[in-house]
Ligand binder design. Structure first.
Ligand SMILES: Nc1ncnc2c1ncn2[C@@H]1O[C@H](COP(=O)(O)OP(=O)(O)OP(=O)(O)O)[C@@H](O)[C@H]1O
Length: 637
């Protein structure tokens, strides 16, 4: 037996490991299973190139709980270690790794974004164990070795009679970590970290129906049929799928396979994804993965953190911030890359060149996929638009490259259910909706019911009205206005239609200057000035007499503030709601107001008309609405 002291400068490293890695104790299992997987894959490689005489076979990794003995076993059939290798890799190399890790992250240990992202390896076992044993037999056939360490720098190393190739790690679970002797806890951990690892992982056994057994049906004397019960057999409970869909080539997979994998990833999700994007690149970095577009609501916040990040099929995190462009964090799926540095902070990640390349590759790939979906089946794409627009619009706002590419597939639906690309929209509206200054005005609505009368007024002029209702639409409009030449967007209820798209011809007012002054004075007496800015306009005589509008600029700034961004524009959020009241001086009703006999009658007509205008904008509520209805009944008498 060899006794020795692990060569460390810290007197006793284990309490430190425990203390600093407190929040992430559970990762020990992932680390040990990863080591077993590495050892197995290394052996596979050696046997394939003839460097090992050992028979590779069908190796698996077994996790076993010994509740009474308070032990947890992790057993692999990988290449194993000789006593010299244990001495070298465990006593010297691994330990210096652990020591270095602690040295580096002692101060930032609170940042659990760092901890748990590898680097600690074998010694993470001491986070949960008071004593650890390694019993290992090398594939070379050398005598097996038995290493024991109780958490102090002292260890023992002696020969063992282990006959079969591979390594068994035995953790004597510490009193404060007995949760790791619970089957459910281990099962949940395996499911979280090891669900897609490349070597089968056995955790206990399970009963299944024997697939080779066909139950016989017998008929008794009375003609009654009885079928034998199914025969149950006990099989290994393999907790992982060693060949998940993303590790395969897209050509090997059918649509059904992608859907199946989605269900495997999100067993609690009953809705099917809309479509998938298979990522597969090996130069200048390695990355595979499958991203899914789920059905999306207009709520942007609740759906993040669904993309899982793996490194060589080992689960790392579901926080892919910085690696996946933000707008795509609303998607689901997996990304697997050995090239993403994991034991560094998030801010470093964002500055890392390789990571930036990965992020822009993903953006490009998503844009290409969307374009091809649009080109190959436009009808289907249009049908899905409502569910995907939030991601696309958000992407257009946040990634310039995506904005450029999205021109080919971003859609602008009309209130009549037609869908235009930007180019189509431009060509369709250019002739009719260009104003006298040569600017194209694109009209839109956000609510078909509320803005019905305004939409109708625009349509009566032959204008096209878009239906734009996602929460970030004001940001998107702002972006489009600044990137496209000579266009502006106007919501249909922003002003009277003739003011939204100003043409040369002006309608002449029927009222004299004097009558207009009288009207203006009258209106100002009745209409509360803190709520409405009165504006006299000579319009078609059959257009509405009173119209309430909200200026585009003000409304948009307020909306942008509500959905974030907008820098220091907080002032808009605090501004009271103020509307324009447009009075059509050519309307017969306005003539009637001027000619009414008494001042009382004049005021009554104004109040009634104002209330009707407010009603059509959904602004008449509460007591004012009650009074309006009362007054209207009076008029009918
Ligand atoms: N189950 C095992 N079978 C064979 N060798 C092993 C096994 N576990 C550990 N080793 C050896 O011990 C070394 C140190 O392991 P450790 O987990 O500390 O670091 P690592 O696996 O090299 O890196 P990482 O920090 O990413 O885990 C390994 O590189 C390997 O040579």
């Amino acid at each position: 037996m060899t006794k020795g002291s692990i060569n460390v400068s810290v007197e006793n490293i284990f309490p430190l490991i425990k203390k600093f890695l407190y929040s992430d104790h559970e990762i020990f299992l992932r680390e040990l299973i990863s080591n077993g997987t590495d050892a197995t894959l290394k052996l596979k490689h050696l046997t394939s190139i003839g460097e090992s005489k050992s028979e590779y076979g069908n190796p698996q990794i077994e996790v076993k709980i010994d509740k009474e003995g308070k032990k947890l076993h992790i057993i692999d059939q990988g290449l194993g270690m000789t006593a010299e290798e244990v001495e070298k890799y465990i006593n010297q190399v691994a330990f210096s790794g652990a020591e270095e890790f602690l040295d580096k992250y002692k101060d930032s240990a609170q940042d659990s974004g760092i901890i748990g992202h590898f680097g600690l390896g074998f010694y993470s076992a001491f986070m949960v164990a008071e004593k650890v044993e390694i019993i290992t037999k090398s594939h070379t056939g050398a005598e097996a070795a038995h290493w024991t360490c109780d958490g102090s720098p002292e260890f023992t190393l002696e020969p063992s009679d282990k006959a079969d190739r591979g390594t068994e790690i035995i953790l004597h679970i510490a009193d404060d970590s007995t949760e790791f002797l619970e089957e459910q806890r281990i099962s949940a951990l395996l499911n979280k970290y090891n669900k897609f690892m490349p070597i089968p992982i056995k955790f206990g056994t399970k009963e299944i129906n024997d697939p080779d057994f066909t139950p016989e049906t017998t008929t008794d004397a009375e003609g009654k049929e009885t079928t034998e019960p199914h025969k149950q057999i006990t099989v290994d409970n393999i907790i992982n799928n060693p060949n998940p869909a993303w590790t395969k080539q897209p050509t090997e997979l059918e649509a059904e396979d992608y859907k199946g994998f989605y269900r495997e990833l999100y067993p609690m999700q009953f809705e099917e994804p809309l479509f998938h994007i298979h990522l597969n690149v090996d130069y200048p970095f390695n990355l595979t993965g499958i991203l899914y577009f789920p059905k999306m609501t207009n709520d942007m916040n609740i759906q993040k953190d669904k993309i899982q990040l793996y490194q060589n099929q080992v689960y790392v995190t579901d926080n892919v911030e910085g690696i996946v462009p933000e707008f795509l964090t609303m998607l689901r799926g997996v990304i697997d890359s050995p090239d993403i540095p994991l034991n560094v902070s998030r801010s470093y990640l964002q500055a890392d060149g390789a990571v930036k390349k990965i992020s822009s590759y993903i953006t490009r790939k998503v844009a290409d996929k969307l374009k091809s979906l649009f080109n190959s089946n436009r009808e289907d794409f249009e049908a899905k638009w409502d569910d995907i627009k939030i991601v696309i619009e958000y992407g257009m706002l946040s990634e310039e490259k995506f904005f450029e590419k999205a021109d080919a597939f971003a859609l602008y639906p009309s209130v009549d259910g037609k869908f235009y690309t930007y180019e189509e929209l431009y060509n369709k509206t250019k002739a009719n909706q260009t104003d006298k200054d040569g600017k194209l005005v694109i009209l839109y609505a956000s609510n078909k019911d509320q803005q019905h009368s305004y939409i109708e007024a625009a349509k009566a002029k032959g204008y096209e009205v878009l239906m734009l209702d996602s929460p970030i639409v004001s940001h998107l409009i702002q972006k489009l206005e600044s990137s496209k030449e000579n266009i502006s967007f106007a919501r249909v209820d922003g002003d009277h239609i003739d003011n939204l798209i100003k043409k040369e011809e002006t309608t002449i007012s029927k009222l004299t200057e004097e009558q207009q002054t009288t009207l203006d004075t009258l209106l100002k007496e009745v209409v509360p000035s803190e709520k409405f800015t009165v504006q006299l306009e000579a319009m078609d005589s059959d257009a509405s007499p009173f119209i309430i509008t909200q200026p585009e600029f003000m409304r948009r700034m307020k909306e942008m503030q509500q959905t974030g961004g907008g820098g220091g524009m907080n002032m808009f959020g605090n501004m009271p709601e103020i509307y324009n009241l447009i009075v059509n001086t050519n309307s017969p009703l306005v003539g009637d107001i001027l000619e009414a006999d008494s001042k009382e009658d004049k005021e009554r007509l104004i109040t009634q008309s104002l209330d009707l205008a407010r009603l059509s904008q959904g602004l008449l509520k509460g007591e004012e609405l009650t009074n309006f209805i009362k007054r209207s009944y009076e008029l009918l008498k």
